[in-house]
Design a protein around this ligand. Structure first.
Ligand SMILES: [Zn+2]
Length: 183
């Protein structure tokens, strides 16, 4: 997810606050990052190009759930939403995209696959939130066919934080267990 790009950068930068980190990329004063569709993404692309994220379209289609939420929309409606992500002042994008009325609600917490996490930490020394794991209704890691788990990191974090998945915030909490508990 695009959120992971900024979280990984924040872990390594000398910036003291999330606001400083996000200000570097978005050239504004936001204090938190919308995980799925951050506004003014076109501005951030200028800074991210040094990391080989080549264009707004590349980021949009590879690092946001745009296809998941707009696949069955009319082209004119899809373009309106894309412009909202691209520009500085985003209206209520969750409303535009239909997330508010969506019958399958998003998770309150980032989801992760234990095997992906373990493999990442061994091979990369760090991990990242995978886009496919965060989609509403997705409960299985498509790579390992394992049930996803909830992390303890809020998906829409009201406290300004940029957090990568790690053993500290990814304790076993399988979605199947949560479904059973709720029923
Ligand atoms: Zn996996």
């Amino acid at each position: 997810m695009i959120y992971s790009i900024f979280a990984r950068f924040a872990n390594r930068s000398a910036n003291l606050s999330v606001r400083d980190t996000l200000g570097m990329f978005f050239n504004d004063h936001r204090s938190k990052l919308t995980p799925d569709f951050p506004s003014n993404l076109n501005e951030a692309v200028k800074q991210l190009s040094v990391f080989e994220y080549a264009s707004f379209e590349y980021l949009l289609y590879n690092h946001t759930p745009i296809n998941y939420f707009t696949n069955f929309l009319m082209t004119v409606d899809k373009n309106l939403i894309i412009n909202e992500v691209k520009q500085k002042k985003s209206q209520n994008l969750q409303m535009s995209i239909g997330q508010v009325a969506f019958t399958v609600k998003e998770s309150n917490y980032f989801k992760y696959c234990p095997t992906c996490l373990k493999n990442d930490l061994v091979s990369l020394g760090e991990s990242y939130w995978r886009l496919s794991h965060q989609l509403p209704s997705v409960m299985i890691c498509s790579d390992h066919k394992e049930i996803l788990h909830y992390s303890s990191v809020l998906y829409r974090n009201k406290n300004a934080q940029l957090v990568c998945p790690h053993l500290n915030n990814c304790n076993p909490s399988p979605l199947s267990q949560c479904v059973n508990d709720a029923s």
